[in-house]
Ligand binder design. Sequence first.
Ligand SMILES: [Zn+2]
Ligand SMILES: [Zn+2]
Length: 112
Amino acid sequence: MSIPNPTIAGLRCFNHGGREAVAQCLECTRYYCRECVTAHGGRVLCADCLGHTAVNAAPRKPVITMAWRGLQLVTGFVVVWMVVYMTGRGLLWLPSEFHEHLIWENEWFPNP
Ligand SMILES: [Zn+2]
Ligand SMILES: [Zn+2]
């Protein structure tokens, strides 16, 4: 995942004393072996810091998602309401003869 850093050669993993460190965590600046670090969002983090990041980020995401869902719901409701409203207005705009089927007889198809 990460390129072995020559400056940390000889250093040992913080969790595994017997293993050689291959990467430094960007959060806690401790050194870890390949097994203990993961690349998260382009940053190398140890399991501990990854957990902290996930805990800190977790409560924020659902709030944004719920707000977005709410906005979508309101927008959808407004759109549906406008369609129904405009349809109603359109029907009201039509002369009453249209609804009573008299327009066909009186204006467009006059009786001889
Ligand atoms: Zn860390
Ligand atoms: Zn390790």
